[in-house]
Design a protein around this ligand. Structure first.
Ligand SMILES: [Zn+2]
Ligand SMILES: [Zn+2]
Ligand SMILES: [Zn+2]
Length: 170
């Protein structure tokens, strides 16, 4: 591995990694993504490196605005963030999550299958490392379907928002 991994460990907020549980370490994925860019002869520009570093600080997924904000003042404009995310997605290095609210959110493309829960009030996203859909997939396969996949996102009101608005407790 190249020296790039150390960049991510320096940039990454290590405390954020605690929440990942069984999930793989994000800095490793970010470093792998850089290597993949290099292998496929794509330029490793400063925005690409920084975007991947931001995505490695926390699981996300993050909106383009959030990523841009986390890049800091000195960094590129939001259109550059948008374009680079599109390229990284095309290359399969980041994943775009669709929560049906027409907001694009991106995360590193970790191989491990997982789901998200989105707070309806503050739009915070957390990961759910458990999948309860395996039985349905098996059923679909028994019905003769191949290449079966699924996507499912959960919505709710997070404990913090519930506390600040008691009438939302139900
Ligand atoms: Zn919330
Ligand atoms: Zn995720
Ligand atoms: Zn699943």
């Amino acid at each position: 591995m190249s020296g790039d991994a150390s960049v991510f460990f320096r940039v990454a907020d290590v405390s954020a990694l605690r929440y990942l549980g069984a999930m793989p370490l994000l800095p490793t994925h970010a470093a792998n993504a850089l290597n993949a860019l290099r292998d496929r002869k794509h330029r490793i520009t400063t925005p690409r490196r920084e975007i991947l570093a931001v995505l490695a600080t926390d699981h996300g997924p993050f909106t383009i605005e959030e990523i841009h904000k986390r890049l800091g003042k000195q960094s590129c404009d939001i259109v550059t963030v948008y374009r680079n995310l599109a390229t990284l997605e095309e290359l399969g290095l980041v994943r775009r999550c669709d929560f049906g609210d027409r907001v694009y959110r991106y995360e590193l493309n970790v191989d491990e299958h997982h789901h998200h829960i989105v707070c309806r009030v503050c739009a915070k996203v957390e990961t759910l490392d458990l999948c309860a859909v395996a039985g349905l997939e098996r059923m679909a396969k028994r019905m003769g379907y191949t290449s079966v996949t699924h996507s499912m996102e959960l919505f709710g009101i997070c404990p913090k928002c519930r506390k600040s608005k008691p009438n939302r407790s139900r």
